[in-house]
Design a protein around this ligand. Structure first.
Ligand SMILES: O=C(O)[C@H]1O[C@H](OP(=O)(O)OP(=O)(O)OC[C@H]2O[C@@H](n3ccc(=O)[nH]c3=O)[C@H](O)[C@@H]2O)[C@H](O)[C@@H](O)[C@H]1O
Length: 440
């Protein structure tokens, strides 16, 4: 007969297992309460952080130079009030313009011109360090004196742009924010794609969805003519041979403008600027750093073409460019779409804004020598293969016909104003001409 199974071992094992289960469940309860405690602590900390550090929501203030306050990102009531106040026109039928790149050279001049005639102007600028940001801050100072508020932010920031359009029904955008400079494109190619292509598309996406849709005037470039040899450059000449990535991104901008006009009914005007110069200009441009280097007794590189011909530019004075921008804004028709839907054909334009009178770089240096009373130490070298083109020359008859654009400042008069500003801004004692040093 089979003996009954020995259960004494099983019973012990069961008791042991039940003991283990108890221990585990106590541990589990302890661990869960610990976890619960930690989660509660984390939530509490997050709430404290949200209400103390980040209130009013999304706003943080930075102080620059002694007295310039810039809102980096908005959302609070006082920020919204500044945005509204700055963009409200102060004349009947005044425009309400969002100026991107408002702390830039052309942007700051245009913002002031618009504000002075009673338009509402809100600036947007990311104050990047492509060139000395303190110059951008000083331009901002000028704008602040005229009650123009600059929001510190990037054109790639969708949420920020959407917020600005939620607050203000802008009638126009003057889009001047860009990565400029022909030669720098070889050092930092992606910055051109980021600002001039992605940033532009981001802005157009917001503009197309806005209700009302604004009309957009934006900065293209003379560089789109690239290797075109027909002169003077006219808007219907070929622009499919860009010589630099900068030029290629501006040309891409023109193609993108066509698309947004075609699909969404956005009114779009591209302005091809020709080597703009003047007071408060860009330190990366030749006339600016030639002035600096000549004053400091440093040598400068003066380019000639591969076959030793002079390199020339249709240098255009800033005040003429401002008149062109304002003229383009004033004649821009309304966009026809709303909320992302096209309701009819809209205006699509491209204009040259140049001086119609090219001057060689050699002559530019001679004018500066005369104004600064300094003999330049010139290295005459063949133009490196860096995206530069040998010459530019604008035909501006289209801009003249459509908004009376007529440049009035020759290079000598314009550079005289620039040098006056330069020595005053940088606190330089100009070299006084001796009696026997005649005009060159
Ligand atoms: O119209 C534009 O669309 C562009 O204009 C401007 O480009 P550019 O016309 O090339 O001006 P800029 O650099 O001042 O060179 C001037 C001349 O000096 C020559 N140059 C330059 C440097 C040097 O060391 N030596 C020299 O001879 C050089 O070969 C050239 O002949 C803007 O920067 C650009 O952002 C864009 O807006």
């Amino acid at each position: 007969m089979a003996s009954p199974p020995d259960t004494s071992k099983t019973t012990k094992l069961e008791r042991y297992n039940s003991y283990i289960r108890k221990v585990n469940s106590t541990k589990l309860i302890a661990a869960s309460s610990k976890l619960l405690f930690r989660v509660t602590l984390l939530v509490a900390l997050l709430l404290i952080f949200f209400f103390t550090i980040n209130y009013p929501p999304l706003t943080s203030e930075k102080t620059f130079n002694n007295n310039i306050h810039t809102t980096i990102y908005g959302g609070g009531a006082s920020w919204e009030k500044q945005v509204r106040h700055s963009s409200t026109p102060h004349r009947p039928n005044g425009l309400s313009v969002l100026v991107t790149g408002a702390a830039g050279f052309v942007g700051s001049h245009c913002s002031l011109a618009l504000k002075k005639r009673g338009d509402g102007v809100l600036g947007l600028d990311n104050f990047n360090s492509y060139y000395d940001p303190s110059l951008k801050r000083a331009r901002q100072d000028q704008l602040t004196k005229h009650q123009i508020f600059i929001v510190e932010g990037d054109i790639n920031d969708t949420e920020l742009l959407r917020k600005l359009f939620d607050i203000v029904p802008f009638t126009h955008i003057l889009h001047l924010a860009a990565q400029a400079g022909v030669r720098y494109a070889m050092q930092n190619p992606l910055s051109y794609v980021n600002s001039n292509v992605a940033g532009f598309v981001n802005l157009l996406e917001i503009a197309k969805a806005a209700d009302p849709q604004p009309a957009i005037v934006w900065a293209s470039s003379s560089s789109v003519y690239g290797l075109n040899t027909k002169v003077p450059f006219s808007e219907d000449h070929r622009t499919d041979q860009p010589a630099s990535l900068y030029a290629a991104t501006k040309k891409a901008g023109e193609a993108i403008a066509h698309t947004y006009n075609h699909i969404y009914g956005l009114s779009l005007t591209g302005l091809r600027f020709f080597t703009v110069y003047g007071p408060w200009g860009r330190p990366d441009m030749a006339y600016f750093f030639f002035t600096k280097d000549m004053i400091q007794g440093k040598s400068i590189n003066v380019y000639v073409t591969q076959d030793d011909k002079e390199v020339a530019r249709d240098f255009t004075y800033i005040d003429d460019i401002v008149k062109g921008c304002v003229g383009a804004l004033d004649t821009a028709e309304k966009s026809t779409g709303s909320g992302g839907k096209k309701r009819g054909p809209a205006q699509l334009r491209v204009y040259n804004l140049g001086n119609t009178s090219p001057v060689s770089v050699k002559k530019l240096v001679a004018i500066l020598e005369n104004l600064l009373n300094v003999k330049a130490k010139k290295n005459v070298i063949k133009m490196p293969r860096n995206g530069d083109v040998p010459f530019t020359h604008a035909n501006v008859s289209l801009a003249l016909r459509d908004f009376g654009y007529k440049p009035t400042t020759d290079l000598s008069s314009g550079l005289r104003k620039f040098v006056k500003w330069y020595v005053s801004y940088y606190g330089i004692q100009p070299r006084v001409k001796k009696a026997n040093e005649g005009e060159k």
